[in-house]
Design a protein around this ligand. Structure first.
Ligand code: HEM
Length: 525
């Protein structure tokens, strides 16, 4: 039966043209590629394999074996091949690091050798091509990271005044969320809080970078953040677009995903650039209004000429991007787990009422009396491991770990999930139990909390670690102080999630109920 009738498509001139001219050329190119790959593969077999690992098929390598949740596949493969092994994804050899010991040995003892980023085309699309997070290890990257890190510190914990202002901004944003959640829950309705969390987290970064926030009703801001939600699908470890560039040549979901990725990066960068240009126009070296001003000051008016002016908008784009998706995802999991474990939620309510009372909101000064809340947050991070693999790394020179040699410029995946679910390190790793982080006196056990790997480690370690912990603590404490949360009984709560740089819950439908009176607060700036 002819192809076109089998699919119920009437024979058109385009199909005839395809079958007459393009198809043979495509088939010939495909056969050529397969033969080329097969030759390379046989040659590689002859050369001694450098590292253990599964058999890699021609053309695709192990791409088809990754499954829906690559981090779990990688942990399973580690049982067979050891904690350091090699896979092949399309045209790239990839070394996968698993387990606490191998990962810390690589990222801490051989920090510089593992501090690179792969030369992926998608990475060059981020922050106008000047991203710090996605650029390779270099003198320029070091200067860039130092500027980003020190400004972030100065505006969040530099002195008691900035620390207080930062915390007040979070509390105000959390109270804004309380009101939005209560509105969405009118008449007992259930809703998905993910978009509101993203806006709240983005607003914290916008307040730091631009000195302003956006209303939850601001449609332009909402639409941009909605698109940004897909960012992690392309840059997460195991994404195919960079390792199989030929997927760009014909229509397929990977190509359209990549087109969307390019557009969302351009749109987001343009949004930030517009704000930075306004800052440039009204810049006064004697008054640093926010982080955009601080970056303009250091990068454009400073002594060091390593970075050109466009690094100002790139740095702001990096920080807002990094600071919103991760925080929003943490808060989504927190709400999901609170709704899933009403007993734990009740315990947290009781604890907060006792430590804080009902007449004021919690603050970071209450933290030492709210160890169980911190334990709950750490357990959420460990249990969900919602950044299952770090941003892909690359080796900056040849390096030997676990007695295995890894050449320069090899792509490296770091499996954080495997550290957080190692049965030798954690008792019943698949059970959700915040109490594992408390000592016999009910205080936070620092040895246990430092064993959780969610911010990575070594030279590429997250620079937002401290502020993330402050944000998550205050958001959770304020939401719990003001509301109780329950899930929709018609939609059973599951841990099903989408995979990318972050794991995001697929179904989350909750409603909020006010606990006592709604406390008043000045609106966020
Ligand atoms: C719970 C929240 C967060 C988590 C779990 C998280 C986790 C991570 C991870 C796993 C990496 C990759 C490290 C690597 O490749 O080895 C990273 C990088 C980074 N994070 Fe975070 N992050 C969070 C919040 C933040 C916040 C709030 C900011 C800034 C405001 C931030 C800024 C960055 C930056 C700039 C990098 C790139 C560092 C580099 O490449 O040198 N992160 N983060």
């Amino acid at each position: 039966m002819a192809l076109d009738t089998e699919f119920g498509v009437k024979g058109s001139s385009i199909i005839r043209e395809w079958s007459g001219q393009v198809q043979p050329a495509l088939v010939a190119s495909f056969v050529f590629l397969v033969c080329l790959e097969a030759c390379l593969w046989v040659r590689n077999l002859r050369l001694k394999r450098r590292l253990p690992g599964p058999f890699a098929w021609p053309v695709v390598g192990n791409a088809m074996q990754l499954g829906q949740m690559p981090h779990i596949t990688f942990a399973t493969l580690a049982k067979k091949y050891g904690n350091v092994y090699q896979i092949r994804l399309g045209c790239s050899d990839v070394v996968v690091l698993n387990g606490d010991r191998a990962i810390r040995e690589a990222l801490l003892q051989h920090g510089t050798e593992f501090a690179g980023r792969p030369n992926f085309v998608s990475f060059q699309m981020v922050s106008g091509g000047r991203s710090m997070s996605f650029s390779n290890y270099s003198k320029q990257w070091k200067a860039h990271r130092k500027i980003a890190q020190s400004s972030l510190r100065a505006f969040t914990s530099g002195n008691s005044q900035t620390k207080k202002a930062f915390e007040q901004q979070i509390t105000a944003e959390a109270m804004e969320l309380v009101q939005v959640f209560l509105r969405h829950s009118t008449d007992g309705r259930y809703f998905n809080p993910s978009q509101e969390f993203t806006e709240a987290a983005a607003n914290i970064m916008c307040a730091l970078c631009f000195g302003r926030r956006y209303a939850h009703e601001d449609q332009e801001f909402r639409n941009m953040l909605k698109k940004l939600d897909k960012f992690g699908e392309t840059v997460g470890a195991g994404s195919l677009v960079d390792v199989m560039p030929w997927l760009q040549r014909f229509p397929n979901p990977v190509r359209s995903g990549y087109e969307n990725f390019k557009n969302l990066n351009e749109e987001f960068f343009a949004f930030v650039k517009d704000k930075v240009v306004q800052h440039r126009e009204s810049f006064d070296p004697d008054v640093t209004r926010d982080m955009s001003d601080a970056f303009i000051n250091v990068i454009e008016h400073g002594q060091d000429s390593t970075l050109d002016n466009e690094y100002v908008e790139a740095t702001v784009t990096d920080l807002i991007g990094a600071g919103q998706d991760t925080i929003s995802t943490t808060l989504q999991w927190i709400l999901l787990l609170l709704a899933k474990h009403p007993d734990i939620q009740a315990k947290l309510h009781e604890l907060i009422d006792k430590a804080v009372g009902r007449d004021r909101l919690p603050s970071s000064e209450d933290r030492s009396r709210l160890s169980y809340l911190d334990a709950f947050i750490y357990e959420t991070m460990r249990f969900t491991s919602f950044v299952p693999l770090t941003i892909p790394h690359a080796t900056t020179s040849g390096v030997t770990i676990d007695g295995l040699h890894i050449p320069k410029d090899t792509v490296v995946f770091v499996n954080q999930w495997s550290v957080n679910h190692d049965p030798l390190k954690w008792k019943d790793p698949h059970t959700f139990d915040p109490a594992r982080f408390l000592d016999e006196n009910g205080a936070l056990n620092k040895d246990a909390t430092s064993g959780v790997m969610i911010f990575s480690t070594g030279k590429r370690r997250c620079i937002g670690n401290q502020i993330a912990m402050v944000e998550v603590f205050l958001f959770a404490a304020v939401l719990l102080h003001q509301c109780s949360f329950e899930s929709d009984p018609s939609e059973p709560l599951t841990l099903n999630c989408s995979y990318g740089l972050t794991l995001k819950p697929l179904q989350l439908s909750v409603r909020a109920k006010l606990r006592g009176k709604l406390l008043g607060l000045v609106s966020p700036a």
